[in-house]
Design a protein around this ligand. Structure first.
Ligand code: UDX
Length: 438
């Protein structure tokens, strides 16, 4: 099989498919990335991925190429290219999906007498799969949509042990049966473990992915709205989340209030979903997602406001330690990172900002950061007027407040992820500020 696009999704999918015993070729236009992956080195930080990649490359089951002709013998082509937000609006940019199909088209012919299958994994606006099916129809190739739900930081685990597998198949029964048979072979190991399989049409499969992400984003913004109410009333949003989470219908997950969601998926997926609804003449249907987005942005503003207030009303000239740059722990991804955005806003107000992040720090430095990037919490916090915890890395959650106070005598911490024990920090002499926590 081939995996077209070796970014986060594609590279992990390729290595995981190889680990299931398949022979996999990753295809990408980026020569540098292909060289790095071919040598068994991961271009991003993802727990467990380096080892898996090296193991599969060494075993000879996994190769990478920039030449589409190299994938002509593959029976399955997974499409794992990015669908970022367009530069001038909310919609998804399908340039890379279109280019992936264009590059494959000349190489799509029967393999061992059978039609090859293109299996889309990228998150796309509903209707995209049908359009691709029509484009590839003259070659005889089949199309399925097989969305991916992996979370960064758990990408390998989520790929080999997903919560569910979704096949979006053609309305043509013969095409659907043949596509399903091929996917069943690909995922035989997972299906044998009774991982739930949902078989549906293209439109539903495309929607499952965006609906799931829209729901998750809504949950986060819901609890963040509650955090604003809690801040105004002296209530504690973490206790509130725990209490409502005991209700199985609500559940405890994704109710962590804080500086909000970021990353390469949630923010752009809810915007693309709204844009697509507009195209379908359903402008009003998803306007609540605009509010979800607005609440999310407001958490960033509120955090900067809280930091400013905590240092006496003006950030100019203050020294601010920022713990965390990645959009979440166990990742070096800073796409739409609330941490980085807050650091930038604080710096724009004239503060001296020192940033540290166990994985993203090196990436920030390599790309010539506008911030002072340092290697340790102690360096970042040295004489800081305020410490902002913005990404809840384990290393930060385990900081000893007594020790840290020795380098930061101002002893003020804003816990943007509600990740610390307020009592422990206050007992150590710190002014502790949480999000929606008294
Ligand atoms: C998300 C989806 O979870 C995944 O299924 C999909 O395939 C891709 O998008 P990911 O972007 O890796 O995955 O991150 P996720 O774990 O969902 O977190 C997204 C953001 O929400 C992070 O910035 C995180 O810090 C934030 N978050 C999450 C909260 O602020 N509160 C929560 O309770 C949970």
């Amino acid at each position: 099989m081939s995996v077209v696009g070796t970014g986060y999704l594609g590279a992990v999918h390729a290595a995981c498919m190889a680990s299931l015993g398949h022979e996999v070729i990753g295809l990408d236009v980026d020569e540098q990335k292909v060289r790095l992956l071919s040598s068994g080195k991961a271009p991003f930080h993802e727990p467990g991925f380096d080892e898996l990649l090296k193991e599969q490359v060494d075993a000879g089951r996994l190769t990478f190429t920039t030449d589409p002709a190299d994938v002509a013998d593959c029976r399955v082509h997974f499409i794992g290219v990015g669908t970022p937000q367009t530069s001038d609006g909310d919609a998804a940019d399908l340039t890379y999906v279109d280019a992936a199909i264009t590059n494959l088209l000349p190489h799509l012919g029967p393999v061992d007498g059978r039609a090859p299958l293109i299996a889309g994994k990228s998150t796309v606006p509903v209707g995209t799969a049908q359009a691709i099916a029509e484009r590839i129809a003259p070659t005889g190739a089949l199309l399925a949509w097989n969305p991916e739900f992996l979370r960064e930081g758990f990408a390998v685990q989520d790929t080999v042990s997903p919560d569910r597998i979704v096949y979006g198949l053609s309305k043509d029964e013969a095409v659907a049966a043949e596509s399903k048979a091929i996917l069943d072979e690909v995922y035989a190991d997972l299906l044998a473990r009774e991982i739930p399989l949902v078989v549906t049409d293209y439109a539903t499969a495309e929607l499952v992915k965006v609906a799931a992400n829209a729901f998750l984003a809504t949950k986060i913004s819901f609890i963040n709205a509650m955090s604003e109410i809690a801040d105004a009333t002296g209530a504690d949003v973490t206790t509130l989340a725990e209490a409502i989470g005991h209700d199985d219908r609500i559940g405890k997950k994704f109710l962590r209030a804080g500086i909000g969601f970021g990353g390469g998926c949630l923010p752009k997926d809810i915007r693309a979903f709204m844009a697509r609804a507009g195209e379908l003449g359903l402008d009003d249907t998803l306007t609540f997602l605009r509010e979800v987005d607005t609440i999310n942005d407001r958490q960033r503003v509120r955090t900067v406001d809280a930091a400013r207030t905590a240092v006496g009303g003006d950030l100019a000239g203050r020294t601010v330690a920022v713990l965390g740059a990645a959009f979440k722990p166990d990742s070096d991804d800073m796409r739409n990172s609330p941490a980085l955005d807050i650091a930038k806003r604080v710096q724009d107000e004239g503060a001296r900002v020192r940033v540290t992040d166990p994985a993203a720090g090196a990436v920030l430095r390599a790309r010539g950061s506008e911030f002072d990037v340092v290697d340790s919490v102690e360096e970042a916090a040295q004489d800081a007027d305020i410490v902002l915890l913005l990404t809840e890395w384990r290393q930060f959650r385990e900081i000893d407040p007594v020790e840290l106070k020795k380098v930061a005598p101002a002893a003020t911490i804003l816990d943007g992820r509600n990740a610390l024990d307020p009592k422990r920090w206050r007992d150590a002499g710190w002014t502790y500020i949480g999000i929606g926590r008294p």
